[in-house]
Design a binder for this molecule. Structure first.
Ligand SMILES: [Mn+2]
Length: 290
């Protein structure tokens, strides 16, 4: 038995049955592109260099805040999850890394986790912190915010959690931290927009200070949810301000599902590329959470 869930031979045999048709189609496409002056080999090189990190929370039965109906054979922990991720990589060859969410994926045996990743041919991409829900043992609740909370001790707890995510990531070979907060308000007058954003920036600067030189930090915007009136990091404009304020290691993460209807996301992406602040994407489809 190899470490792989699907025996590699099975995939090879399956590919063999299809290779003649694929080669014919590929040759035809190559001839078509050549007529337009495009070398298919250049396209192929770019496509094969492209990789998507699978979010660890994407395996297993999904769900919303309303309900979740688990199926059999669901991953129980991060070791099970990366096995599932390895199946996706085995079948697509386009997902060579996994993105972890802490504390959901927290383990004592980081060395063992890294070795398991190596054995499955998987690396570890951006770490994700969670200050949008309360962990069982935490001292301060995030009910009224985290990095932008009016209480300094709560903000510090959220900063410390992000610093811990960096430490875990360092042990696994990750090079980035993604920060999404659920901070916001539900009624007009409930929070001071300026002060809460000032507190957020101050907290993010403290996290940025703990970021290794070869790391990046991605801030993710989301127009609403869970707060219904205002959100601290609500759109790409605010996100760009954050990246500018923090410095060269800071970039904006664009979740395709976190925009208002009719917003031209392609334009947002173009602007962020132009000013060298595009960090990456979350490939969500609709306005669903995360
Ligand atoms: Mn997201």
């Amino acid at each position: 038995m190899s470490d792989f869930i699907i025996e590699p031979d099975i995939i090879v045999r399956d590919n063999e049955a299809r290779i003649a048709d694929i080669k014919a189609d590929y040759d035809h496409l190559g001839a078509q592109l050549a007529r337009s002056g495009i070398d298919i080999e250049n396209v192929k090189a770019k496509v094969s260099a492209y990789g998507v990190a699978v979010p660890s929370w994407g395996v297993g039965t999904g769900g919303t805040r309303f309900a979740r109906f688990p199926g059999t054979g669901e991953p129980r922990n991060i070791f099970d999850k990366i096995e599932d991720c390895s199946v996706i990589q085995q079948l697509t060859k386009a997902t060579p890394t996994v993105s972890l969410h802490i504390p959901w994926d927290k383990v004592d045996d980081l060395k063992g986790l890294k070795e398991k990743g190596n054995a499955l041919g998987l690396g570890f991409d951006a770490m994700n912190s969670n200050t949008f829900s309360d962990a069982p043992d935490q001292a301060h609740s995030y009910k009224f915010g985290s990095l932008s909370h009016a209480d300094a001790a709560t903000r510090q707890q959220a900063v410390d959690h992000n610093l811990e995510c960096i430490e875990i990531g360092k042990a696994l070979g990750s090079k980035a931290l993604t920060v999404w907060i659920g901070d916001g308000s539900n009624f007009p007058g409930q929070s001071n927009f300026t002060k809460s954003f000032e507190r957020y920036l101050e907290a993010m600067k403290a996290i940025y200070k703990g970021l290794p030189d070869d790391w990046k930090i991605f801030s993710e915007h989301k127009m609403f949810e869970p707060a219904f009136y205002s959100t601290v990091v609500q759109d790409w404009g605010t996100n760009y301000l954050i990246a500018q304020e923090l410095g060269p290691k800071a970039h904006c993460l664009v979740d395709l599902g976190h925009h208002a209807p009719n917003v031209n996301i392609e334009m947002i992406v173009a602007r962020l590329i132009q000013f060298k602040k595009l960090g990456g994407f979350h490939f969500n489809d609709l306005e669903i959470w995360r």
